[in-house]
Each structure stands twice: as structure tokens, then as C-alpha cells.
Design a protein around this ligand. Sequence first.
Ligand SMILES: *[C@@H]1O[C@H](CO)[C@@H](O)[C@H](O)[C@H]1NC(C)=O
Ligand SMILES: *[C@@H]1O[C@H](CO)[C@@H](O)[C@H](O)[C@H]1NC(C)=O
Ligand SMILES: *[C@@H]1O[C@H](CO)[C@@H](O)[C@H](O)[C@H]1NC(C)=O
Ligand SMILES: *[C@@H]1O[C@H](CO)[C@@H](O)[C@H](O)[C@H]1NC(C)=O
Ligand SMILES: *[C@@H]1O[C@H](CO)[C@@H](O)[C@H](O)[C@H]1NC(C)=O
Ligand SMILES: *[C@@H]1O[C@H](CO)[C@@H](O)[C@H](O)[C@H]1NC(C)=O
Ligand SMILES: *[C@@H]1O[C@H](CO)[C@@H](O)[C@H](O)[C@H]1NC(C)=O
Ligand SMILES: *[C@@H]1O[C@H](CO)[C@@H](O)[C@H](O)[C@H]1NC(C)=O
Ligand SMILES: *[C@@H]1O[C@H](CO)[C@@H](O)[C@H](O)[C@H]1NC(C)=O
Ligand SMILES: *[C@@H]1O[C@H](CO)[C@@H](O)[C@H](O)[C@H]1NC(C)=O
Ligand SMILES: *[C@@H]1O[C@H](CO)[C@@H](O)[C@H](O)[C@H]1NC(C)=O
Ligand SMILES: *[C@@H]1O[C@H](CO)[C@@H](O)[C@H](O)[C@H]1NC(C)=O
Length: 846
Amino acid sequence: MARQRSPGLVRCFLLSFSLLSSAGVVKTSLAASTATDSSGSATHSVLPSTSLSSFPSAPTQTSASIASPASLVNLFIGTTNGGHVFPGATLPHGMTKAGMDTDSPGNQAGYDANPTFNVTGFSQLHDDGTGGGVSLSLFKVFPFASCGPNDKFEQCPTSLEGRKVLRNVLDNGSPDDFAEPGYFSTNLSTGIRVELTTTRRTALHRYTFPAGTVNPRIMVDITNDGEQSSTNPEMLLNATTARVTGAASFAASFGPGRYRAFTCVDFMGDGFELGPPTQSGAWLGNSGIQQTTNLNQLYFGFVSELGALFTFAPKTDNSITSIFARVGVSFISADQACANAESEIPDFNFDGARQAAFDQWDELLGRIQVDTTGVDANTTQLFYSSLYRTHISPADYTGENPRWNSTEPYYDSFYCNWDTFRTLYSLMALHDPVNFSRIVRGLLNIQQHEGWLPECRGATAKQFIQGGSNGDPIVAEFFVKYHEHLDTLNVSATALYEALIADAEVQPPNWDLQGRQVNIWKTLGYIPSDVWEPSGTNTKQVSRALEYAFGDFAISQVAKIMGNTADGAKYAQRAQNFVNNWNPNVTVPGREDIKGMMQPRFLNGTFNFTDPRHCSVNDPLQSTCFLDAVNTDGFYESSPIVYSQFVPQDTAKLIELQGGTEKFVDRLNFIFEEHYFDETDEPSQQIPFMYHYANQPGLSTQTSRQTIAQFFNTSVNGLPGNDDSGAMGSYVAFYLLGMYPVPATRQFLLSSPYFPEVSFTNPIFGNATTIRVKNFSGNPANGTGGNVFVKSVTIDGQPWKSNCFIDWDAFQTGSTIELEVTTDISVSCGANANSLPPSLSTGGFD
Ligand SMILES: *[C@@H]1O[C@H](CO)[C@@H](O)[C@H](O)[C@H]1NC(C)=O
Ligand SMILES: *[C@@H]1O[C@H](CO)[C@@H](O)[C@H](O)[C@H]1NC(C)=O
Ligand SMILES: *[C@@H]1O[C@H](CO)[C@@H](O)[C@H](O)[C@H]1NC(C)=O
Ligand SMILES: *[C@@H]1O[C@H](CO)[C@@H](O)[C@H](O)[C@H]1NC(C)=O
Ligand SMILES: *[C@@H]1O[C@H](CO)[C@@H](O)[C@H](O)[C@H]1NC(C)=O
Ligand SMILES: *[C@@H]1O[C@H](CO)[C@@H](O)[C@H](O)[C@H]1NC(C)=O
Ligand SMILES: *[C@@H]1O[C@H](CO)[C@@H](O)[C@H](O)[C@H]1NC(C)=O
Ligand SMILES: *[C@@H]1O[C@H](CO)[C@@H](O)[C@H](O)[C@H]1NC(C)=O
Ligand SMILES: *[C@@H]1O[C@H](CO)[C@@H](O)[C@H](O)[C@H]1NC(C)=O
Ligand SMILES: *[C@@H]1O[C@H](CO)[C@@H](O)[C@H](O)[C@H]1NC(C)=O
Ligand SMILES: *[C@@H]1O[C@H](CO)[C@@H](O)[C@H](O)[C@H]1NC(C)=O
Ligand SMILES: *[C@@H]1O[C@H](CO)[C@@H](O)[C@H](O)[C@H]1NC(C)=O
């Protein structure tokens, strides 16, 4: 969900969203046209699935396996009205994320699919789906087909405001944009076509000018990030080679930190000798200044926008001129940016880089295969698009860490672990253990140098934490699932455990940026509302405490596996601290039968009161719970009603606190009927699956399917709230797979997949695990009813103890899990004592 620094900002965003939707300007074309990217440059077959203009309303698919899952990815889902999805070019977890930037209010990822917004440039680094201020969006490149009435260098409207230009709009009202994994293109209203692809640390752009262009010009912008935050710019350009090197310092987007970034840009003709530029110089604001090669030659202190501008000679035979711009990026130095570019894209081979990126995506996505027999094409597209977004962030900045030297991998854009710990890494664990292990090594390395695991990190800076230290469940998830493979994966168990213990035991100098308010947590077992410490903000005490408890649970799981039974017991005990915030007497106004809520508590043990409806759509005060130092309500981004469900480690105890199974189910029903379930925000994510714990898994199946049907689709508006670095993408992927993870455990809650068969190939285990629905007969369109309720489960032919969860073991050995489904929603988890999914208070997790 969009996290904002002040309620004022939020209101302003909401207003602009509603204006946009009421204008109804964005329409995804459904023309089943065969129009594809016709650059002729793709050597694989490009399906027409990802163009805004040609997204097909395909008939039900009949093929049984997906030859090219990357072809099915629709990168434009959630790219307008607040999804903040990044649709540009990147490798899986690549550092460079090259994309179009627009002047829309929700341009956190640069792009907006609403064609009434103007284009401001093509920049090299982005995040996906984040809130906060606009992050990165650095070193924009921009082309001019002509400048001013006399087409003069000096008249190029180089400033951010001056250069704004619309995209071409197709007959159906959508912009002429195309994207597939590793590639993005657009046609600007100036007649210039722009194409982008990337390697890990370098972007390659191709600018194709309209026929007859006399002075093709390209500018490089050194100072405009997404936030107008630059200081200390540097720039040098070489008038012969047209190489530009530059740097500036910028603000992090969700915290107090700043960072410095460097670039190195080179140009080359596509199929012709470009030669030296015919004109070159710096630009300041809206003035091109020929012959300047160094900022020291300028009075740049008066102007905050600057960069380099070149005019090139067009292709001499009067045919179309295409010019490549190769943009290296580094957080270390301009020299390193040049070295990155030279080593990654030595020959400016656009088609080769594009193909390599596409192939990497195809291989990665293909590790989860689905049988599409009898499945709507949109469902398959929604699945692979969601899986795709699981692999945009965090980004692999290895070799680019300016803060210390290390041979370990370095990942960045953990934005934020609060969003992603619930589902993203558990999905990764199923099919991408090597990159998961590299991310974990990066997290541990950060802890070794900064003292605590990162919580929200962006552009190499510590950003604001939102709740607990949610790096804990992430590294614990890795350990629980891969502790037998640590040698292969080069992960140190000692380093991992030390990092967890540091979070759990050592209070940081500022818990707004890392770690926890742990001293008082250790003493009291909750975070009192009325204690002010100098080292962090006294806010969101209840939701933080619930996350501390879950973090401690994650640590207990690791301790147990390591054979440290004392720590295992100690942290399992601390994991039960959630009960300390439970006030059994608080009810929802008008619903006295719904009794007991998580509530803020004072040092002296008495409770304060926060209306259970607070921050929900039913809040009479219409409060928001975004990050705000003066919030004393105790909750972050969701209502007390939602947080009163957040105890994944001990739902059995929660049922007891809520007055038993019947009351628990009543409360879940109430949460959906009265719209307390917030599909836009992570704290609600598990709620549709919670009927499992009441032995009514059919209701989970139906509610989770209704959630997908109501709120998620393949349109540009198909994502409620922000994608949050793939938190939403991974969540949707799990729902479509018929699973929901319990992080840091060996269990997955089980429902029925949307496909007759899904299979997972894990490169570490070697063997694929298949989940097959024996009597699959399609998916109910609105999620209601259908032949989808799991009645019995076998694993490798043997009856399995539960219809409600499966164990990690099945994925380790390469099993076949067969489900029998029925139209009877009143199925149960099974008749065994251990059919219900585990909870701490009923024996714990094994
Ligand atoms: C976009 O640019 C066009 C001219 O290029 C201008 O007429 C229009 O007002 C701009 N739109 C916005 C939202 O700035
Ligand atoms: C842009 O124009 C080119 C050339 O006319 C065309 O091939 C391409 O499909 C158009 N659309 C995009 C998004 O590149
Ligand atoms: C520009 O680059 C060329 C080729 O590398 C080099 O010989 C020349 O010295 C450079 N010019 C300046 C001013 O740095
Ligand atoms: C990370 O994942 C990508 C995509 O699957 C793969 O190409 C790359 O080799 C992986 N990295 C490592 C170190 O395995
Ligand atoms: C990393 O090592 C290089 C080469 O020795 C050195 O120049 C640089 O200052 C070091 N960086 C940090 C942050 O220590
Ligand atoms: C583990 O480290 C060894 C030695 O540095 C290296 O060869 C190997 O590729 C690494 N394995 C992984 C999965 O990163
Ligand atoms: C809840 O109400 C009961 C009965 O009035 C009372 O004994 C108890 O102290 C109350 N608990 C809290 C936490 O207020
Ligand atoms: C407990 O502390 C709160 C807040 O400081 C105060 O309002 C309340 O009166 C105290 N209650 C008791 C029983 O001391
Ligand atoms: C008690 O709760 C009310 C309502 O949220 C709030 O205004 C007040 O500041 C809280 N008191 C303390 C000490 O947190
Ligand atoms: C597929 O998705 C598009 C875009 O969301 C929607 O308009 C269309 O109705 C869907 N088709 C089917 C068969 O559900
Ligand atoms: C869902 O679809 C079924 C079958 O078309 C229909 O009977 C039912 O009324 C629908 N339910 C809702 C809530 O739309
Ligand atoms: C893969 O499956 C085969 C047959 O079930 C089994 O013998 C082998 O041990 C499995 N491999 C791994 C790595 O689990």
C-alpha cells in the first residue's frame, strides 16, 4: 500500500486517483489483433500479449505446457491509478531498471499507462510498486527530432518541464507502448521511437528518429531524479567521442538518507558510422550551451537542472536514423559506470541483450509450469505476470556498495521487508533457492556492517521501518527450508543466527531505521504507549509488538533446527507475547458479539482504547494509519480489527481468545461482509485463508478466489493498492497456485490451484514437485462455488494427513500431490488429530 509521510499527502493522492478513474481515460485494448512488436529485432517469437494496444482476449487455452512463460507476462498490470508497477526493462533482480518516466502524480515507478500524462525521459533505475517519494528515476535520456522554430541547439527545451511530450495514442485510446520481460518501447508524438533493454548494471536505449530528421539530438540529464533532490552535480563530456560522465547526490525516497550515483553514457549509430557529434555542450534549464565540456565553465549554481546535449549527423543515405545510447550506472564511481557498460554491452548489440534478458526470464518463470487445459487465458497471464513481479526486487547491486568493501553479494531495494516477508520469499524458496541464498547473504552482510538486518532499504540508504524487524522471518524462512544445503549455497549458519539474535536482543541507536525497541519488549512483553525513549518514535506500538512476536517465532524455529533447545523455548515463549495486547472486553460498536481486540497498553498494564474500526473504510473519523510521528493510536496501515487476526504462529490461540471456532468464523465473515478486509494492504493478506484453522477450508478456498475475482485482473487497473516490490504479485501467484505460506515454517496452507496441474522445478533439489487436481473442471468466474473444494489429498499415492496443509518435505523429494475436489464447500481438513494446520499452542510446528 502507498505509504505516505503525512495524511495530507494521502488525501491528495486519493483525490487524483478518483479524478483519473472518473475520467475513464485508460482502456486496455482487447482487440485480438496480431499486431506485435514489429521492430523485427526479436529473434524469439513475440506473442502479442504485452502490448497495451494488442492485449488479446484469448480463448480458453488448450495447450498443456507453456513453452515461453515470459511471453505471457503482461507488464502493464497495475501501471495506473496507484499500482506503481514498473513496466520497463530489467533482468530478474537486475540493478538497472530502464523505463519511461511520466509526469503523473503516481509516478513512483516512472511510468503511467494513462496517455494524457507527458513523458519526461527514459531513466535507468527504478523500484517496483513502492509508495513514499519517487525513488531513483536517475539519469534520464531524452531525444529531440528538432528544437524550436529554427531547429537550433540553443533552443532545445531541455528542462524537465520544457521537454514534456505526449506519447502517440492508438485508435482505442491506449498509448502506443509495448513491453515484455527485458524490453520496453514507445512511440512519442514527436515521431521518435524509443526502445530500451538492460543487462545487470547497464541500460541500452535505441532512438529511431522520423524520416527526414536533419538534426537528431539526444540529451542526458544529470540532476533530475524523481524528487528534484539533487546536489553536487559533476559532469564531463567529450566533444569528439560524445562520452558523458556524470554524478550527483540524491535523497532516498522513504527516509532521511542520501546517496550518490554515477553514470557513463556512450552513443553509437545503428548500422552506420555515427562519427563525432556535430554540436555538443552542456544544457542548463532550457538553454543549450555549445562547447562547454565541464561544469566549471558554467554558472550552474543558479540552475538546478543540467546535463549534456548532442547533435549527431543523420544517416547519410537519407534513410531512417537510429542511434544507440548505452548508459552505465554505478554507485561507486563514473569510471566504474564506464567499466560496467563496456564489459556488459561491449558491442552495443541491442537484439542480443534483449534476447539474453528474455531468455533469463523465460528460464526463471518456466520453473513453475502450469497446465492450462480448461483454464481461461487471463488466469494464466495473471499468474505469470504476478510471478514476474516477484523477481523485480530486491535488486542485485553486487559490486556497487559504496559503504563497505565485501566479496559477499550486495542486494538493495528492500522496499520494504514489512511488505514482502509474508509471501515473496516463500515463493522464491519454491523455485529460486540460489538467488534467495544470495539475497540472504547480502542481508547478513549488511547486518555484519550495520549491526542489524535491514528492514527498508533503498538506494543504499536505510529507510524507515514500518513494524518489526521483518528481515528476521526472511532469513528464517531461508534457514528452515534450506538448512541442509548451506554449504552448497555458501550461507553461514553462525552469521545467520547472530544476525537474528542481534535483532532480538540489542536495541539500536534508532529503531525507526533498523532493529527493534527491544529493551522494553524484553521486560514487558509489549510496547507501552506512554513510554518515550530517545532512540525512536513512540508510535504503532501494537502492530510493532505483533510483528516482534512473529519475528521471535521465526527465531525459535531456527534455534530449534540448530539444536539450541533453550533458545528455541525462549523465543517460542516470546512469540506468545501477542496475548499481552489482547483486551478481551473491547467490542466493535454495534456488534457486541464480536468481543476482544488487540489494543494499546500503558506501562502500568492498563489498556488505552483505539476504536476497532480505526483506519478501516468504516472508521467514523476516517483516520489513516500511515507513517506519522504523532499517531498515538498504536496501529500501522490497518485497523485493530485486521491486526487482531495477525498471529500466523498461533492461530489456535487466537481462536481461543476470540471465543471459539464459531465466533472466530463469525468474525471472519464479518470482516469480509463489512469490508474490514483491506485488499490493498499486506496485513490483510492471510485473512481469506484463516478459515482453514476453523476446519472450514472450503470457505478459505471460496474467499480467496472471490478476492482474486473482485480485485485482481490483467488490466492496467488490475491491482488494488501498490505492488510493494512484488508483495502483491507473489500473493496473487500463491492464491492462483492454491497455496498460502506460513513463513519460517515447513508448512503451506493448501487450497485448489486454478490449473489442473502445477509443477515446481527446484534447481537445488533437482526433482520437480507436481500438484495435480484429479477431477479438475474449471474455475468459477466470480470465485463463488465451483468444483474446487479439496476433499482429499494423496502424496505419491499415499493418503495425506490433511486437506489443509502440505509440508515442505513434499517439495524436497520431488513428489506428486494429488487433490480430489468437490462442489461441496463443507469439506474439512480431515479426521486426524493433526489435520488442522499447526499452531504454537497446539503442539507447534515441525
Ligand atoms: C503535456 O504536453 C502537452 C504539450 O506537449 C501539453 O499541451 C499538455 O498540457 C501537457 N500535459 C500535462 C498533464 O502536463
Ligand atoms: C511504434 O512504431 C513502430 C514503427 O512504426 C512500430 O513498429 C511499433 O509497433 C510501434 N509501437 C511500439 C510500442 O513500439
Ligand atoms: C576525448 O576522447 C578521446 C578518445 O578517447 C581522447 O583522445 C581525448 O583526449 C578526449 N578529449 C578530452 C577533452 O578529454
Ligand atoms: C539468479 O537468477 C537468474 C535468473 O534465473 C539467473 O540467471 C542467475 O544465474 C541467478 N544467479 C545465480 C547466482 O544463480
Ligand atoms: C574499497 O576498496 C577500494 C580499493 O581498495 C578503496 O578505494 C575504497 O575506498 C574501499 N571502499 C570502502 C567503502 O571502504
Ligand atoms: C559458493 O562459493 C563457491 C566458492 O566461492 C562458488 O564456486 C560457488 O559458485 C558458490 N555457490 C553459490 C550457489 O553461490
Ligand atoms: C474485562 O472485564 C472484566 C469484567 O468486567 C473485568 O474483570 C476485567 O478486568 C476486564 N479486563 C480488562 C483488560 O479490562
Ligand atoms: C495507567 O497509565 C495511564 C497513562 O499514563 C493513566 O492514564 C492511568 O490512569 C494509569 N492507570 C492506573 C491504574 O494507574
Ligand atoms: C490513548 O488513545 C487516544 C485515542 O487514540 C489517544 O488520543 C491518546 O493519545 C492515547 N494516549 C496515549 C498516552 O498514548
Ligand atoms: C481478460 O482480461 C481483460 C482485461 O482485464 C478483460 O477485459 C476481459 O474481460 C478478460 N477476459 C476474460 C475471458 O475474462
Ligand atoms: C457467481 O456465479 C454463479 C454462476 O454463474 C452465480 O450463480 C452466482 O450468483 C454468482 N455469485 C455472485 C456473488 O456473483
Ligand atoms: C529425486 O527423486 C528420486 C526418485 O524419487 C530420488 O531417488 C532422488 O533422491 C531425488 N533427488 C533428490 C535430490 O531429492
